[in-house]
Design a protein around this ligand. Structure first.
Ligand code: WTA
Length: 656
């Protein structure tokens, strides 16, 4: 980490916004002044200006029972109405909401009027299936318009969605369905990925079936299936129904009833430091207010003229806030692309930007680094002159990638917003405002107006400029998580106990303040890895590994990787009994596949090393730091606290 810090601190390039951009920008310096003068009043203004309230709120923040916050609690609204109907009522029904591009190249343009109509029908279908206020609906879909419509239909009826990324395995899906007690699953037969149909419905069938003694899943009553891949699927006529039969047959009249601002909107599972993913709970009014506000001022969305594209999958928080809720609340026109960036050719994304005239582009550093590797010739074959703003999210962006992004994709002129936030924060927390901030490559820089953060030492004291420490959020914010589904204690423990006396939210990230007080994010300080901008837990992968019959013990670390930021590297001890009966050849490959089946392809270790021992302290704690040294090919650090100091040289030899 220290070499990384030194490197970052030598970064002195600064980029001021182009004059015209600054003149037209939505975000202005007054926002900071207003927020500094009256933070809660500032958020109340945003919530009133950007959203429609069926019942206006009179209360802003209720923090009388920390860490359980309520925002705008006596107000009522309907999230889907805010994202759809009101734009149609305002005369913008003919504006395109979604410019959908399928991976094989099909195209659908869906206006706000059409999307509203579709969501109303889906809402009627859901209600016809007995789904109502507070019920949970699991969504396991590819990046197709129906995914957005499904989320909004669930929101419209006051139910709670739990979107599960389509890359997760049947087992992961099952765990999430069980934890939330979902009554309905919305899925597709399959979706296109890397040039072929990747099936989804079979994973749902498996998830709901009795496997490995789990018993049949008990809460799910129906499965609503979109036909997308055209692949063959099994059918349970009592349980399954086709979207293309049910939805068009349903009425397009559906009144959007108001719900309290604190009505739960969604649960989204994310990896923590233990083996069990946490169901992060978000509610309606505060979440939507900050989603809409940040999308307006950070992405500088001008809904009448911009074509916006956030490449995130709706299975992640970025897809929730900056595909579904933020841009649609703002009435923006956006691209939705189904597939992978390099199918059928490595210029696919740039082709999409040229084709639709994308003006605002928001993606992850991993993607940028993999394009850098392929070379600038690929994007240079396309006309990217429509782009006027670039964004980055999900992991630290190294200055080289930042500058490449600006020069090659942004024609050496577009501002870049490096946005720090988390599933838990719901929306962007730290970022430049592109019309006013002089940007620094590699730094997320400053909290957005209305957000209060600090970098502190272990005892919660401000570290001061020029120093590193832990990132905390010092005041509650509208889109903050309201808890962990079904586990209020874990919510307190994970985020609030560390700085309980100060009342700070502990983000789990290391950060540094430079001489100007700007924030540089340095990565996770806990056992959470960040692989291609996706959060993975070391403990979760370790427990998948030891669930395999061959494995006695496993230790997983996130090792630095040029493209993916971090990569999963596993050290595994094989059971003697297993080795007596089996050949060790091919075992690493078997375990890789196994992890993919247990969790999902994204969790498959890049490297698996079979070793005889793991480095442990006298109290039995695995010293991951030393394994990371090995995985990154570095000299192994201080081993004096190990129970057996010789173990690292043995491991290093075994790895070679
Ligand atoms: C990391 C994604 C540096 C961070 C929105 C955080 C970042 C975790 C940035 C949350 C950034 C996100 N610079 N690191 N701009 N954005 N992170 O929940 O470690 O998938 O804690 O939310 O990603 O990941 P999550």
């Amino acid at each position: 980490m220290s070499s990384q810090i030194d490197h970052l601190l030598s970064e002195t390039r600064r980029f001021a916004p182009p004059a015209q951009f600054a003149a037209d920008a939505v975000g202005t310096a007054e926002l900071y002044e207003r927020a500094a003068a009256d933070r809660e009043g500032f958020w109340a203004d945003q919530a009133r200006d950007l959203l429609h309230w069926h019942t206006p709120f009179t209360q802003v923040l209720d923090w009388t029972n920390p860490p359980f916050a309520e925002w705008f609690a006596d107000g009522e609204l309907n999230v889907a109405y805010n994202c759809l109907d009101r734009h149609v009522e305002a005369g913008n029904g003919e504006r395109v909401a979604l410019l959908w591009e399928g991976e094989p190249g099909e195209e659908r343009r869906i206006t706000y009027a059409e999307l509203t109509d579709e969501v109303k029908r889906v809402a009627n279908v859901l209600e016809g299936l007995g789904i109502g206020h507070g019920d949970r609906v699991a969504i396991y879909l590819p990046m197709i318009p129906e995914a957005v419509a499904a989320m909004l239909a669930v929101a419209r009826i006051g139910a709670i969605h739990s979107v599960v990324f389509g890359g997760f395995s049947a087992d992961s899906l099952r765990a999430r369905i069980d934890d939330a007690g979902a009554k309905l699953v919305i899925t597709a037969d399959g979706g296109y990925r890397k040039g072929k149909v990747s099936p989804l419905k079979p994973a749902v069938d498996m998830a709901l079936a009795d496997r490995n003694g789990s018993g049949e899943q008990e809460t799910v009553e129906h499965v609503l299936v979109v036909r997308r891949g055209g692949n063959d699927v099994e059918w349970n006529p009592e349980r399954d129904l086709w979207w293309h039969e049910a939805v068009p047959a349903a009425s397009a009249d559906h009144e959007a009833r108001p719900f309290p601002a604190e009505n739960p909107l969604f649960i989204l599972y994310t990896s923590g430091t233990t083996g069990k993913p946490k169901g992060i709970l978000h509610t309606s009014g505060g979440y939507l207010a900050q989603a809409a506000f940040t999308n307006r001022v950070v992405h500088d969305v001008h809904p009448e003229s911009d074509v916006y594209w956030c490449t995130a999958d709706i299975g992640w928080i970025t897809g929730h806030t900056y595909v579904t809720y933020g841009p649609l609340a703002n009435g923006a026109t956006q691209v939705l692309y189904e597939g992978t960036p390099d199918t059928p050719h490595p210029g696919r994304w740039w082709e999409v930007i040229e084709k639709y005239g994308v003006s605002i582009f928001y993606t992850a550093p991993t993607a940028i680094r993999s394009f850098m590797k392929i070379g600038r010739e690929v994007p240079q074959r396309f006309d990217l002159s429509s782009l006027r703003l670039l964004g980055s999210v999900g992991e630290p962006i190294n200055p080289e990638a930042w500058v490449w992004y600006r020069n090659i994709i942004g024609r050496e002129s577009t501002p870049i917003v490096d946005t720090w936030w988390q599933t838990e924060t719901g929306a962007i927390m730290i970022s430049a405002l592109p019309g006013i901030t002089e940007t620094k490559p590699g730094s997320a820089q400053v909290p957005i107006p209305g957000i209060a953060i600090d970098v502190v030492d272990d005892s919660g004291e401000h570290v001061g400029n020029g120093n590193g420490g832990l990132l905390v959020i010092t005041e509650p914010w509208p889109s903050m998580l309201r808890g962990i589904w079904g586990d209020p204690e874990r919510y307190k423990e994970t985020y609030w106990d560390k700085f309980a006396d100060k009342g700070y939210y502990f983000a789990g990230d290391g950060a540094r303040l430079d001489e100007d007080g700007d924030v540089w994010l340095l990565g996770r300080v806990d056992d959470v890895m960040n692989v291609s901008g996706h959060r993975l837990s070391t403990a979760e992968i370790e427990s998948a590994l030891v669930a395999h019959e061959s494995t006695a013990e496993a230790a997983v670390v996130g090792a630095a990787d040029e493209t993916t930021g971090q990569a999963v590297v596993a050290f595994v001890i094989i059971k003697q009994s297993f080795l007596k009966a089996h050949e060790p050849e091919g075992l690493a490959g078997t375990l890789r596949t196994w992890v993919g089946e247990q969790i999902g392809a994204i969790a498959r270790p890049r490297d698996i090393y079979i070793v005889g021992e793991l480095p442990k302290t006298r109290s039995g704690k695995i010293m991951r730091r030393l394994l990371r040294d090995v995985a990154e090919g570095r000299e192994v650090g201080d081993t004096t606290t190990l129970a057996d100091t010789a173990v690292m040289s043995v491991i290093s030899k075994q790895v070679k």
